[in-house]
Design a protein around this ligand. Structure first.
Ligand code: AMP
Ligand code: MN
Ligand code: MN
Ligand code: MN
Length: 296
């Protein structure tokens, strides 16, 4: 099956949204609600990319196809690189791949112990019961994340919004922050590519790297078989998009586009409402025509 004719000629203008989160990780909408919202917002190609988890893929794909929306499988893997947490997006993999599922299960493994340590840190600054308080916000018991703690602290009235919670409590050096060792870069890239997918560096402007560390990330990512970078994302300013468009060309990487939508109440950028990809770049979906699942 081909892209619609106009988009065949101008593939960078496809309204693709290849990054968002459901209740299966730290989003507040179910996969079905996200599919409906994507469709209503004019998305033409969609991927659900829950953190370290592909348990929502079947629901997302079925809902997308019911909505008449083309679908790519997706996930967002947490890795540790040069002392920072980096996110690697996987797109178009086989969602039944056993090695990918096992790698993701290992990556999720430390989250509960980490969450209990986070709660202990918060208790020390006068916020008791945060583990139990965060639980009602958690949709997947294997995926308790900082976002769920943030929602609890907003509900408790400690902070006005989740951004304030992250700034005051959940980022490095703050009382609820617990450093964590995630997957290795090479492992994450290999799990995705061995399952037939394409690995993409998520929101590169978000990492606090020196230019040398960033160069190392891009170089090692490519050496492991990584092929793409998010250029247009809800996390990038216009200036950052220009910078990473240049990086995509310099490193010969495919370009991706995704809102990183989590919630109607929290996300600045809604599904399908991002700027277009620059026409000088090769969209990641052009490399995945056989992996796109089309509605009947
Ligand atoms: P975790 O995987 O538990 O470390 O949680 C990471 C998630 O926290 C990210 O995927 C975002 O959804 C959210 N997050 C990280 N930093 C911020 C921030 N400054 N403001 C709001 N949400 C954030
Ligand atoms: Mn998140
Ligand atoms: Mn991310
Ligand atoms: Mn994300």
């Amino acid at each position: 099956m081909n892209l619609p004719t106009a988009l065949d000629r101008l593939p960078h203008l496809l309204n693709a949204d290849l990054h968002c989160h459901s209740t299966v990780s730290d989003g507040t909408l179910a996969p079905e609600a996200l599919a409906a919202r994507a469709k209503a917002n004019g998305v033409e190609l969609w991927a659900l990319t829950d953190h370290d988890e592909i348990g929502g893929q079947r629901r997302a794909r079925d809902a997308a196809l019911r909505e008449g929306l083309a679908y790519l499988t997706g996930c967002e893997i947490s890795i540790s690189f040069a002392g920072e947490t980096v996110h690697i997006i996987g797109l178009g993999f086989d969602a039944d791949d056993a090695a990918l599922a096992a790698g993701l299960a290992r990556t999720r493994g430390g989250r509960e112990a980490r969450a209990r340590e986070m709660a202990a840190g918060l208790a020390q600054v006068g916020i008791p019961g945060a583990f139990e308080g965060a639980l009602p916000f958690v949709g997947n018991p294997e995926l308790i994340s900082r976002t769920h703690f943030a929602r609890f602290l907003v509900e408790r009235g400690v902070c006005a919004d989740t951004n304030e919670v992250f700034r005051r409590f959940l980022t490095e050096g703050k009382p609820g922050y617990v450093p964590h060792r995630w997957a290795a870069l090479g492992d994450a890239v290999r799990w995705i590519t061995a399952a037939g997918g394409v690995a993409v560096i998520a929101h590169p402007a978000r990492y606090k790297f020196t230019p040398t560390e960033e160069y190392a990330l891009f170089t090692e990512f490519k050496a492991h078989g990584g092929r793409g970078v998010e250029v247009i994302t809800g996390s990038h300013s216009a200036t950052e998009a220009v910078k990473y468009a240049a990086m995509a060309l310099e490193f010969d990487l495919l370009a991706s586009r995704g809102s990183d939508f989590h919630s109607p109440d929290e996300s600045r950028i809604d599904l399908g409402t991002l700027p277009d990809l620059p026409g000088t770049l090769t969209p990641v979906w052009q490399a995945l025509p056989e992996r796109v699942q089309w509605p009947a």
